[in-house]
Ligand binder design. Structure first.
Ligand code: ATP
Ligand code: MG
Length: 151
């Protein structure tokens, strides 16, 4: 469990996490409204070297951010009802070549990859502090997480 006291800490955590990422990775972000999923994705984008700011994909559902070390596919699945709809987004990119980060994707997008990292963000009422739990799901995620400098 990692404690993130401020939005800047969440951004920085995403930036460091990006160092572990490889093409084909799938990250499933779980957590309530305002948990900081987009903030984390913005940090990941920065860590991948995506130029400019990763904006929230809420109104576009999905956005491909290229120009960094690996293309970042940032999806907000809040309004998606099924995996088929994710496929239907017809993203002009091969997920095998990209890092895919999906907000609200738990229970929906797991089948997009054989392995995935589940990131659970929780918050307390009236507090900026966020707690993050990284759950390796298959592949070599457990080993890769062991290499992540957490502080
Ligand atoms: N420690 C923290 N980490 C991240 N965000 C924080 C933190 N403390 C406060 N915040 C605030 O919480 C909000 C997080 O917003 P963000 O859009 O990243 O959440 P989200 O999980 O993507 O929400 P949504 O479910 O609507 O997509 C921002 O307004 C941010 O400033
Ligand atoms: Mg969001």
């Amino acid at each position: 469990m990692v404690t993130l006291a401020t939005p800047a800490d969440t951004f920085e955590f995403g930036r460091r996490l990006a160092g572990l990422l490889r093409p084909g990775d799938l990250l499933v972000l779980a957590g309530p409204l305002g948990a900081g999923k987009t903030a984390l994705a913005q940090g990941i984008g920065a860590g991948l070297g995506v130029p400019g700011r990763v904006v929230s994909p809420t109104f576009v559902i999905a956005r491909v951010q290229s120009g960094g070390r690996i293309p970042l596919v940032h999806v907000d699945a809040y309004r998606l009802g099924s995996l088929a709809e994710v496929d239907d987004l017809d993203l002009d990119v091969d997920l095998a070549d990209s890092v895919t980060v999906v907000e609200w994707g738990a229970g929906l997008v797991e089948q997009l990859a054989e392995a995935r990292l589940r990131i659970e963000i929780s918050r307390q009422p009236d507090s900026e502090t966020r707690e993050v739990r990284l759950v390796p799901e298959g592949g070599d995620w457990a080993e890769r997480l062991a290499a992540l400098p957490l502080s």
